[in-house]
Unconditional design. Structure first.
Length: 308
């Protein structure tokens, strides 16, 4: 996945979207096969394509053997079969994640057999943002021992800023078909799923200001430059108390609104990274305050309750 991101973020690289899709799909295949091996006790047959063994008389046996490629090596399963076998072993592969991967596979196939014009580069980047977010979230969900803090998992948001809107008349039939396919996946997405996305919308705007509100600050030399507006805070803390309790009922099998839950929430409210106290009327110093929560609250609650 790092190679896919590095290629995409190069200032000038031909076929960046096509190359990204090929490398990203390879990263997904490796992740799923590694997970499958782990859940199968590292039995290599768990990732092999199997076929009936032939008897001496040429008839098919009830025993299965790995299917070999032209060089005589066992053939491994593809991405769809990897997902199917993982689901058969109890792993939940969310619908949005499957839609996102299918859209990426379709992009990869078009890149290999046809050509994707640059008129859809923005749509492809939105798909890429979701791909990276989903990849990181799945690694966290599976609790894999991978330290991702040393890497920058992002696509340059200005990679397509010079692209112009093309008239529909110049779109090829292949590009139109792919856009329709992608729109179908996005429209079918589960909007209640906050962990995985099919595509993530991008909007860039440039504005001049006479105030200091837009100036970022650093807490130390190694700190990350930040600039938060009221809209940014809303995006960072999107969950109300009701959102949290409603989603807890859907997410956990043993959830109860009881003193234990209130004790956990008191710890959450004390953490300014998880909870933000927002005044209902920012101009009124005596305004009532309402708490909003960051989606990382699930890391805390997952330790307290059993997921469905």
């Amino acid at each position: 996945m790092l190679s896919a991101i590095e290629i995409y973020n190069k200032p000038d690289f031909k076929y960046r979207e096509e190359t990204f899709s090929i490398l990203a799909i390879n990263a997904w295949e490796l992740l799923f096969k590694a997970r499958l091996l782990n859940k199968s006790g590292y039995n290599m047959k768990s990732i092999y394509q199997l076929e009936p063994k032939l008897k001496k008389d040429g008839t098919k046996s009830k025993l299965f053997t790995p299917k070999l490629n032209r060089s005589g090596n066992p053939m491994t399963i593809g991405l769809p079969e990897s997902i199917l076998r993982l689901r058969n072993k109890g792993d939940v592969i969310n619908e949005n994640l499957r839609y996102s991967i299918r859209a990426l596979v379709e992009l990869r196939d078009n890149a290999i057999h046809f050509h994707n014009g640059n008129e859809i580069s923005k749509e492809i980047q939105e798909l890429g943002f979701a791909c990276i977010k989903n990849y990181m979230n799945l690694i966290k969900e599976w609790e894999l021992r991978i330290d991702m803090s040393q890497y920058n998992f992002y696509l340059m948001p200005l990679a397509y800023v010079d692209s112009q809107v093309e008239s529909e008349a110049i779109l090829t039939d292949e590009v139109k078909n792919y856009l329709n396919f992608l729109k179908k996946k996005v429209s079918d997405a589960d909007m209640a799923d906050r962990n995985f996305d099919v595509a993530i919308g991008i909007d860039i705007s440039f504005k001049k200001t006479a105030t200091l509100a837009g100036i970022g600050m650093r807490y130390d030399e190694k700190g990350v430059l930040i600039s938060l507006s009221e809209e940014d805070i809303t995006k960072k803390f999107p969950l109300s108390y009701k959102d949290v309790t409603d989603m807890c009922r859907e997410r956990y099998s043993d959830f109860k609104l009881n003193p234990n839950f209130h004790a956990v929430m008191r710890k959450v409210k004390a953490n300014d990274k998880l909870c933000h106290n927002r005044k209902l009327d920012p101009k009124n110093p005596k305004s009532q305050v309402k708490q909003f929560y960051n989606t990382n609250i699930w890391k805390e609650l997952d330790n307290q309750y059993k997921k469905k």
